[in-house]
Design a protein around this ligand. Structure first.
Ligand SMILES: Nc1ncnc2c1ncn2[C@@H]1O[C@H](COP(=O)(O)OP(=O)(O)O)[C@@H](O)[C@H]1O
Ligand SMILES: [Mg+2]
Length: 271
């Protein structure tokens, strides 16, 4: 796998002196689906903001496709390569209609109008919101707003998209829809970095990275992280299925092992 994002010994302190990241090392390959989880204040947002040069290192180094964020001349390339969707979709709108909003990014890239139209169509379609094109973003539901925000980033065709707690303000139904969209975007080849504090959203990830107090404390497949780390120590609640299967295993149920999904648990209990 080609290495895309390389973070070495990253340190970050905010201007008021708050230390946010401490010796973070993280490598992400092209096409990976990496989930970053950790309690509030553990440094997740600070870390991902370094990946598209919204924050710059106090120490150490972050590079994207070999371009180091500490050099300002690389910022346009880096920001084109790595798109970012935030928690609150209301803070991300610029257009009067969903369509205008989605077109804003490609317009700023200076693309020709025919290409912009194509990118907007493709993005609205991927998100399943073509019929919302002439609605005002502000009139939409939380889930629809978040889809417009994602479509706007997708329309710039970034190689990598960072999703920072994008489902945390949504109801369970919209949450699932948005997560399914993220999986679809990944399946089409985009590298995905998905920040969440809900581990049930991490089951399909290639890797699960856990942060605590500004450090990476675990970085492995979701299964290995659940098996080898005590996540409660890091203030993270285990998904109910995982907690139940670990409990049954410990209680001596034969052949349960670790189930990550309801189906796996059922299969283990009634083979
Ligand atoms: N703009 C800021 N100024 C000062 N401190 C900040 C700022 N943003 C975050 N922090 C602090 O940095 C630490 C990491 O925060 P953050 O990266 O937002 O964590 P998370 O996204 O995991 O909740 C916390 O102690 C937080 O209070
Ligand atoms: Mg955050």
């Amino acid at each position: 796998m080609t290495l895309m994002i390389e973070i070495s010994n990253l340190l970050h302190s905010y201007p008021d002196g708050t230390p946010a990241l401490n010796s973070v090392n993280l490598h992400i390959g092209r096409g990976e689906f990496v989930v970053i989880a950790g309690r509030n204040g553990s440094g997740k947002s600070s870390l991902v903001r370094h990946i598209n040069a919204l924050l710059l290192p106090s120490g150490g180094c972050v590079s994207v496709n070999g371009l180091c964020t500490s050099q300002k001349k690389h910022h346009p390339d880096i920001r084109r390569t790595v798109g970012m969707v935030f928690q609150n979709p209301d803070s991300q709108f610029v257009g009067m209609t969903a369509e205008e909003d989605v077109a804003f990014g490609p317009e700023n890239l200076g693309l020709p109008p025919s290409e912009i139209r194509e990118l907007v169509e493709m993005s609205l379609e991927t998100l399943g919101i073509s019929e919302l094109r002439s609605h005002s973003p502000r009139s939409l539901s939380g889930g629809q707003k978040q889809k417009v925000a994602i479509a706007g980033v997708l329309a710039m065709e970034p190689e990598c998209i960072i999703f920072d707690e994008v489902t945390s303000m949504l109801d369970p139904f919209s949450r699932k829809e948005v997560l399914d969209t993220v999986k679809r975007i990944h399946a089409k080849g985009t590298t995905v970095i998905y920040v969440t504090h809900r581990l049930e959203e991490a089951m399909n990830a290639d890797r699960l990275v856990i942060m605590d107090s500004g450090r990476v404390v675990a970085d492995a497949s979701p299964r290995d992280v659940f098996l080898h780390h005590d996540l409660e120590k890091y203030g993270i609640e285990l998904p109910p299925v995982v907690a139940l299967s670990l409990m049954l295993s410990k209680a001596g149920f034969p052949d349960i092992g670790l189930a990550l999904t309801k189906d796996e648990l059922l299969e283990a209990l009634c083979p």
